[in-house]
Design a protein around this ligand. Structure first.
Ligand code: KIV
Length: 288
């Protein structure tokens, strides 16, 4: 595979802080398997998130809510095997960290010990702030996530953009500041009006990675299957499609199915041959 861009060295928390200070946008993308990780690395991504969006994009659930820790760990381990230099962030799934600091630390430790994560991500402000602090205190870097937090889709009443009024945006700003104060090294802002992001980001010291949060964020993240046009489900407004791989994949598999049915596959070049004379000997042996 030829690299379009290379990530020169292992990306760490100081790397991201330096990029923010220098005004260099941070490129983050999700991945859920070994080839996806290799592709993200070859493309030069700074950060690879094994998002719980994988619940929908690769596991076929209706939302991110049902995915389990064990399922996320399996996806994350596959990504780890395909990744060298980008920072690997594991997404703690719904129900695995909210109830207590102990749950939060134990789950985060599993993502580090069993899947080789460099950091973990958790959603929401409010009670999550204490969980973030507990995980940071246990020595594990935490990325926060505010705005539209899909794990709370039922409480939010759907996948709606957040912070559309001054008061609602102030709420996002307070959550962001609290997560920063709790020790988070970066934040995801999801589905937040561009003006709100532009107003909030200058007041934060840590990098903000946006998804549907406009250009004022310090970086951007998109879901691998959305940006490559692999996922067939509904695409949010903020998704930009950079390829239509689903169509290409369906065409490729359909051509194979047609070939099998018409006898066009396999041809001689896809088949193995016996040594000269062995086929005749075999027929004689079978006839005995
Ligand atoms: O699960 C995910 O992919 C995410 C990103 C959209 C930030 O949380």
């Amino acid at each position: 595979m030829s690299a379009h861009a290379s990530t020169p060295a292992r990306v760490t928390i100081p790397t991201l802080a330096q990029k923010k200070a220098a005004g260099e946008p941070i490129a983050m993308v999700t991945a859920y398997d070994y080839p996806g990780a290799q592709i993200a690395e070859a493309a030069g991504a700074d950060v690879v998130l094994v998002g719980d969006s994988g619940a929908m994009t690769v596991l076929g659930y209706d939302s991110t809510v049902p995915v389990t820790v064990d399922e996320m760990l399996m996806l994350t381990r596959a990504v780890r095997r395909g990744l060298s230099n980008p920072m690997l962030v594991g997404d703690l799934p719904f129900g695995s960290y909210e109830a207590s600091d102990g749950d939060a630390v134990r789950t985060a430790q599993r993502f580090v010990k069993e899947a080789g994560c460099d950091a973990v991500k958790i959603e929401r402000g409010g009670a999550t702030v204490a969980r973030a602090r507990a995980i940071v205190d246990a020595g594990i870097p935490v990325m926060g996530h505010v705005g539209l937090t899909p794990q709370s889709v039922n409480a939010l009443g759907g996948y709606r953009s957040q912070g559309r009024t001054a008061e609602a945006a102030l709420h996002v700003a307070r959550d962001a500041a609290a997560l920063q104060e709790a020790g988070c090294f970066a934040l995801v802002f999801e589905a937040i009006p561009s003006e709100a992001t532009a107003a909030i980001v200058p007041g934060l010291e840590i990098p903000v990675i946006g998804i549907g949060a406009g250009p004022a964020a310090d970086g951007q993240v998109l879901v691998f299957h959305d940006l490559l046009g692999i996922y067939g489900g509904h695409a949010a407004r903020f998704v930009k499609r950079y390829a239509d791989l689903r169509t290409a994949m369906v065409e490729g598999v359909a051509a194979y199915v047609d070939d099998v049915r018409s006898g066009g596959y396999p041809a001689a070049e896809h088949s193995y041959a016996m040594e000269p004379g062995e086929a005749e000997r075999l027929r004689d042996l079978l006839a005995e």
